[in-house]
Design a protein around this ligand. Structure first.
Ligand code: ATP
Ligand code: MG
Length: 235
């Protein structure tokens, strides 16, 4: 079964970028996607209006808990991949995580982002008795800069104070991840010349999707496991 994924942190930390990137990997692997935009600002709904958004990604804008539940139930029934951009509001993050199998807490490598990520983990821990049985959550590093620094090491220390797992892969800071918000489409549908590093972004995004359990759980025999060349690179 495809996991329902919710994404949110009490501080702006690349939530919408991560949600769109995971939706894009699933769509590139021919998995229908329902992308629920429950964030305050509706960035993903705005993205959906741009040219070139793939037919396989259906964006629904709602911040209502009952409506999120209904959309997730429909996606589970059809075997679609559901991903929720829960944004940065505690009540929405909590409500979305209750509907999900796996909640992701994006962490930018800044001390403020890390502290709010830990606070988000604490909030989800307090709420653990509600929602789907067996649901879990973990930290995902976003907009990672590859230059090592003392600040980055301190951020690691802050994150390690939590019991929640940190995924071994995250998203490096790349213009490629921002390109879809400017031009429409996804990192898999945009042409290589539009942004540097699209190929690396595709491979990285696919690896992350495997780690989260989005790829490798195909519903139908006839569905090709991997469509895009970049996905096979990452596999
Ligand atoms: N991996 C990345 N590489 C490059 N830029 C990134 C990456 N992740 C996020 N960003 C940039 O950081 C900014 C915030 O990202 P995003 O909008 O995804 O975060 P958010 O948590 O949804 O924020 P908001 O609360 O404003 O909705 C954006 O300008 C986005 O393009
Ligand atoms: Mg957002």
């Amino acid at each position: 079964m495809l996991p329902v994924v919710s994404i949110g942190s009490l501080k702006t930390s690349g939530t919408s970028t991560l949600a769109l990137t995971l939706a894009s990997v699933a769509a590139a692997a021919e998995i229908p996607v329902i992308l629920i935009d429950a964030a305050r600002d509706g960035d993903l709904s705005a993205w959906a209006k741009l040219a070139g958004s793939p037919k396989r990604i259906c964006v629904e804008r709602t911040r209502d808990e009952g409506e999120i539940e209904r959309l997730v139930r429909g996606a589970r029934r059809r075997g679609d991949f559901a991903v929720i951009d829960a944004g940065d509001m505690g009540s929405t993050i909590q409500a979305a995580a209750r509907q999900a199998d796996r909640a992701l807490i994006p962490v930018r490598f800044s001390p403020l982002s890390a502290r709010y990520a830990v606070e988000t983990d604490n909030m989800l821990t307090e709420d653990a008795g509600y929602g789907r049985r067996g649901r879990d959550w973990c930290f995902v590093a976003t907009a990672v800069t590859t230059i090592p620094s003392r600040i980055a090491r301190n951020v690691e220390t802050i994150i390690e104070t939590s019991h929640a797992r940190r995924l071994p892969i995250g998203l490096v800071q790349r213009a490629a991840y921002e390109a879809p918000f400017l031009y429409g489409g996804t990192i898999f549908t945009l042409p290589d010349e539009i942004a540097p590093g699209l190929d690396r972004a595709r491979a990285e995004a696919a690896s992350l999707a495997y780690e989260i359990g989005i790829l490798g759980h195909h519903r139908r025999e006839e569905r090709p496991a991997v469509q895009d060349e970049a996905l096979s690179v990452a596999a």
